[in-house]
Design a protein around this ligand. Structure first.
Ligand code: 7TS
Length: 421
């Protein structure tokens, strides 16, 4: 039997969906920027403050023990959610950006020498570009970029994929060589929605001894992420894009590499011993968690992944795919509209431009109707340059969105286009 997905039951758990915006029911299509939070997550965070607020790993007193236990239970829930081998491979950060900066700084120090190469792709978010530029600059390494096709996919030959194709792929096949130290790529593009064949590219990277870092910011809420199956060395994501709180995120790292890497930030909690001459480091994961963590955020994020685990992930993905298909079909009925990102494998993200209509104006008029979309370059300026555009209007869906909401957006967009042309 087909798994059931009751969207009304899901919607009832998100208090914000009852809000009115400009007197209209909120239609929230900006989940790529941040997703909304179910009541369970909001409650878990406030219950920490209301009942067990204390610092972790510090005191012998009861509240501190309870806070520590709640934090470590959240770490275990997240380990389970991404199928990491060990809970100490789950490092808490403030978000994807911090996770990638940690990886780039520490791996850069461990691995990069003048003349080495780091590979990223042309569809990366700025937070998976700039930290690598900084690391390359610091260590005299070169940044190499996988080009992007017209449909918004990596233009690269991956033997495991091209074997099954009728015609061989055209793209670059000179990505890896004996100097390639790090591959840093997004699992899913925030602007295009493309689901990248990360597992296959990671397998290629491994043949060259290249360390792999995956930016999972846009994948974690939509795909069944299994870090061991992907074979990646690192996987970064933000809590706030997976129905969890802001200000908290995760960097998964493979134990063997985390052990060899130098710490990123120094301070309390990350040390074993300190003298005025020299310090030694705490064991994993604490070596990478300097200072008081965002305890409430960690507990909230743990609850968010537990909440997701209560649902059939494939039914959720199916629902979101139906939203994507419906939105794509309906948007294309708007005269002069072009979708940016037409890959075969996509999550529920549609970016588009409309002839004679500026994305900012369209976004403003949609907001007047209670519809939240994002406009602009989406922190992917090199990708905008690749497509020769200044920005797009982007609708990004979550499991609580409905087909009816898409129809509301289409009607509003058609009205807006008439006004703006
Ligand atoms: N990587 C990707 C692929 C992202 O989409 C984002 C945020 C980040 C990294 C950074 O995440 P943060 O939580 O550390 O800020 N993307 C977006 C977006 O598409 N619209 O607003 C933020």
């Amino acid at each position: 039997m087909e798994p059931m997905f009751d969207v009304a039951e899901i919607r009832a758990q998100f208090p914000i969906l009852k809000e009115l915006v400009h007197g209209k029911p909120l239609v929230y299509f900006d989940n790529g920027a941040t997703s909304q939070k179910p009541r369970r997550v909001i409650k878990a965070e406030s219950a920490y403050y209301a009942t067990i607020n204390a610092n972790v790993h510090r005191g012998v007193h009861t509240l501190s023990t309870k806070a520590t236990e709640a934090q470590e239970a959240a770490r275990e829930a997240i380990r389970n959610h991404i199928n990491a081998k060990h809970a100490h491979e789950v490092i808490f950060t403030s978000g994807t950006t911090a996770g990638i900066n940690l990886a780039a700084t520490s791996l850069g120090q461990l691995l990069l020498k003048p003349g080495d190469e780091v590979v990223i792709s042309g569809m990366e978010h700025h937070s998976n570009i700039v930290p690598w530029q900084l690391a390359c600059e610091r260590h005299g390494a070169t940044l190499k970029v996988i080009p992007i096709t017209e449909s918004g996919e990596w233009d690269v030959v991956i033997p495991a994929l091209s074997r099954n194709r009728a015609t061989p792929a055209q793209g670059r096949n000179d990505i890896f060589n004996e100097r390639t130290r790090i591959l840093a790529i997004s699992h899913v593009s925030n602007t295009l929605g493309t689901i990248n064949p990360v597992k296959q590219l990671i397998a290629e990277a491994k043949k060259h001894g290249t360390v792999t870092v995956v930016d999972g910011a846009q994948a974690i809420a939509h795909l069944d992420v299994d870090v061991q199956d992907l074979g990646c060395d690192f996987y970064a994501f933000s809590g706030h894009k997976v129905y969890g709180p802001t200000g908290i995120g995760v960097l998964y790292g493979r134990e063997e590499l985390l052990e060899r890497m130098p710490p990123w930030q120094g301070g309390g909690e990350m040390i074993d011993t300190v003298t005025l001459e020299k310090s030694t480091w705490a064991k994993l994961p604490f070596k990478f968690e300097a200072g008081t963590p965002h305890i409430a955020g960690i507990i909230g994020l743990g609850e968010a992944v537990r909440w997701m685990e209560d649902y059939d992930k494939s039914a959720m993905a199916k629902h979101e795919h139906a939203l994507l298909q419906h939105a794509t079909k309906k948007l294309l009925t708007i005269d002069g509209l072009r979708i940016i990102g037409t890959a075969k494998e996509k999550v529920g993200v549609v970016s588009f431009v409309i002839e004679g209509v500026h994305h900012y104006d369209l976004g403003t008029l949609l907001d007047q109707q209670g519809i939240a979309v994002r406009t602009g370059h989406h922190c992917t300026q090199p990708l905008m340059e690749r497509f020769g555009i200044s920005g797009t209007t982007r609708a990004s869906f979550a499991c609580f969105n409905t087909i009816e909401e898409i129809d509301v957006m289409i009607t509003a967009a058609k009205k807006a286009v008439k006004m703006l042309r």
